[in-house]
Design a protein around this ligand. Structure first.
Ligand SMILES: Nc1nc2c(ncn2[C@@H]2O[C@H](COP(=O)(O)OP(=O)(O)OP(=O)(O)O)[C@@H](O)[C@H]2O)c(=O)[nH]1
Ligand SMILES: [Mg+2]
Length: 686
């Protein structure tokens, strides 16, 4: 400790470190590979940065709810260009029940006459590098707004390779007719054999892969962007930096030697997360994903402290789960109830002005601190619906119709699969006290557990439901098989789901084909100990019984849960902020030294020390002296010497890169002019 100040006073060098400059101030040599690359990036478009300051002033707009009386209906069709699933060619629609249909494979030879051999050779039995076998592409030609120019597929004459352009979905199915996903990205290429079917003028395309489709890829691409954003979002949050403290002295008539009067910087703004009951999806985060709280103002002369930076509040819908990006397994927060507010990131502390450094031994301190940098992080948000009962079933089974009949919700109903892309919520009220929230979920397909169709995106929503209603389309070919396939999907996705209590509702009883099959369906299920209900959702017959049975299950399961779990602990919503604060208050004495012998570099790592370096304002001479003093006091110098640091080695602490110089009398460090060091008392580092 003594030697440092001694050598400064005697030699005028900053010893043991010469060249003590922050890395960012020193553009030449000693730049290390791990130096902050962000700072080196040139501003590509400075205008962008100007507008960003307004972003956090306008938190995401809540989605306007469609009128639904007492019910909350969450139907919101995404912008047209964002999805392409609903406009399927009906002839190519796949339902769970379609597994019993004659396979499309058998139809192909009829459609292809001359090219049959070629198809057999290259297209069908060719080298398909896929796990799930051969695929078939069905172009989306039922879209009335179909724009030839927008969707250009270049067919190269000899190779028949088609390159897709984005903005148009092409549905991919395998030979069993099972829907696999959508080609939606630009430039995905596939080998197509385009064969015109003269009867209806449509074309049939048989797919041979170019290798672009990986199973995982299909899943990601298969979900239109709007749906990926509906219940998942990645956002960036940053708390405001603290304002800088300043060095100032009081100068006033008749007040000689007025003393230091530099004010402290203001604290940076905090980042909060708040549950907004009027929101129902994470779609607003599609357009705004950076949330930055404002920086605290700098201190001023006359001991004026800077103002606090403005906070930013990120509004999320109820049922949002927050994780740190890249560490998905660690759940940070779960926000369920409207009005809940969590302090996520506390703003940086304001730097102290020179008035705060005044002490009995140093009455004219020429030192002030930088404001502390506000913490920042990327967060993964995931929305899990908070519904009591989930309606599940194959596409087109009548799930939305059922919801529209039992609640005031008005979901879109239409005679094509995947009408429902976003879950709809409806409130079913029996009387004042007994209500339940029912979610109509998008149709399930075989393979949903592997992410096909709307797969994972929506099965997840059923996780929170206490009971399920299985709607079975009675007009399908084999309703029993459809039901079994659905149960299997749920089980494969999550065995816990299949253990939830459920009601089976056999729908479309008004249709003769459904009516005829009802006795055999009922018998099959009864033999397995399940009591199915029959109903006609459009005619509102039998729906009341179904929903009463679901309510009964819900009541029972809620009672059991309470008995089992007991009262829930109050959750500490400010957990993350506490973690940040704990890290901030890490002692300056806790550090580690890493040595890179190839470049003779020593890294001193410790959050307390790094924070100290970041807050040191190098413009002031006294800051550098204090810096040396702190390094000595917390034992960095001693440790380095002990580890064998050599003259000329590079030492890196946080943003600082320095060169080590032994002082002339290194061996007598602790004995030299001890008094001269202790004569200046620095305020304790906090
Ligand atoms: N005849 C008859 N048709 C019905 C009945 N229930 C629903 N439908 C029809 O079946 C079609 C599909 O109904 P939806 O309620 O949209 O089906 P869904 O299960 O929500 O379909 P997706 O959202 O696409 O998964 C519509 O044309 C309805 O009119 C019923 O009880 N009888
Ligand atoms: Mg629907």
């Amino acid at each position: 400790m003594a030697a440092v100040a001694a050598s400064i006073s005697s030699t005028g060098l900053f010893s043991p470190y010469a060249l003590a400059r922050p890395k960012t101030h020193n553009p030449q040599p000693h730049k290390l590979s791990n130096s902050n690359s962000k700072r080196k990036q040139p501003l590509r478009n400075p205008n962008k940065f100007k507008t960003q300051s307004n972003r956090y002033k306008s938190p995401p707009e809540p989605i306007v709810l469609s009128p639904g009386g007492e019910a909350t209906t969450y139907t919101r069709l995404p912008p047209k260009e964002d999805f392409s699933v609903p406009f399927l060619n009906l002839s190519s629609v796949v339902k769970l029940a379609d597994s019993a249909l004659p396979k499309i494979q058998n139809e192909i030879p009829d459609l292809i006459s001359e090219d049959e051999d070629e198809v057999e050779e290259e297209g069908v039995n060719g080298n398909l590098n896929l796990n799930y076998g051969e695929l078939e592409l069905f172009e989306d030609d039922s879209d009335s707004d179909y724009d030839e120019e927008e969707y250009e597929s270049e067919v190269e004459e000899d190779s028949e390779v088609v390159r897709f352009k984005s903005g148009k979905g092409v549905n991919v199915k395998d030979r069993d007719g099972v829907y696999k996903g959508i080609v939606k990205e630009d430039g995905v290429s596939a080998k197509l054999y385009v064969v015109d079917d003269e009867d209806d003028g449509k074309s049939v395309n048989i797919y041979d892969t170019e290798g672009e489709f990986e199973e995982g890829e299909v899943k990601e691409k298969g979900v239109p962007a709007v749906m990926r954003c509906f219940d998942r979002a990645k956002i960036y949050v940053k708390a405001g930096d603290g304002g800088n403290g300043v060095v100032a002295f009081r100068r006033e008539k008749y007040v000689p030697l007025g003393g230091p009067s530099g004010g402290n910087g203001g604290r940076g703004g905090n980042v909060y997360v708040e549950v907004d009951g009027s929101m129902n999806s994470l779609l607003p985060f599609r357009n705004s994903l950076h949330f930055r709280a404002l920086k605290g103002s700098h201190g001023q002369g006359r001991s004026q402290d800077g103002a606090k930076g403005e906070d930013v509040v990120v509004k999320v819908p109820p049922g949002t789960v927050i994780r740190q990006a890249g560490k998905e397994e660690v759940l940070l927060l779960e926000l369920l109830h409207p009005g809940q507010r969590a302090l996520l990131l506390p703003g940086g502390r304001g730097g102290r002005g020179n008035a705060s450094f005044r002490s009995g031994t140093n009455k004219v301190p020429r030192i002030a601190e930088n404001g502390e940098a506000g913490p920042e992080m990327w967060l993964e948000l995931e929305l899990k619906l908070v519904a009591d009962v989930g309606i599940v079933g194959a596409p087109n089974a009548g799930k939305s119709t059922l919801l529209s009949v039992i609640s005031a919700a008005q979901p879109t109903i239409a005679n094509y699969p995947f009408t429902t892309l976003l879950p709809n919520l409806g409130v079913v009220s029996f009387d004042y006290d007994s209500t339940m929230v029912v979610a109509d979920l998008p149709g399930l397909l075989e393979g949903a557990h592997r992410g096909f169709g709307l797969g994972h995106e929506f099965l997840r929503h059923t996780e929170r439901c206490s009971a399920l209603v299985h709607v079975v389309d009675g007009s399908g070919l084999q309703p029993e098989l459809e039901f079994d396939a659905l149960r299997l999907e749920l089980e494969l996705f999550n065995p816990e789901l299949s253990e939830k209590p459920y009601v089976v509702a056999y729908n479309k009883m008004d249709l003769p084909e459904a009516y005829e099959k009802w006795p055999s369906f009922k018998e099959t299920l009864e033999n397995r100990g399940i009591e199915p209900f029959c109903m006609s959702a459009v005619k509102r017959e039998g729906t009341h019984e179904v929903i009463c049975a679901a309510y009964e299950l819900l009541r029972k399961s809620k009672g059991e849960k309470e008995e089992f779990e007991g009262p829930k602990d109050l959750v500490n919503l400010n957990r993350i902020a506490e973690m940040v604060n704990k890290k901030r208050s890490a002692s300056i004495n806790d550090f580690e030294i890493l040595h890179d012998s190839s470049s003779n570099t020593w890294h001193v790592v410790g959050s307390g020390l790094q924070r100290f370096v970041q807050m040191t304002n190098w413009r002031y001479m006294d800051s550098e002296i204090r810096f040396q003093h702190v390094l000595e006091a917390c034992g960095v110098n001693k440790s380095l010497i002990k580890l064998g640091v050599k003259e000329g080695d590079t030492v890196i602490i946080g943003e600082m890169e320095m060169v080590w110089r032994h002082s002339a009398n290194i061996s007598g460090l602790s004995n030299v002019k001890k008094d001269s060091v202790d004569s200046i008392k620095w305020p304790q580092w906090k």
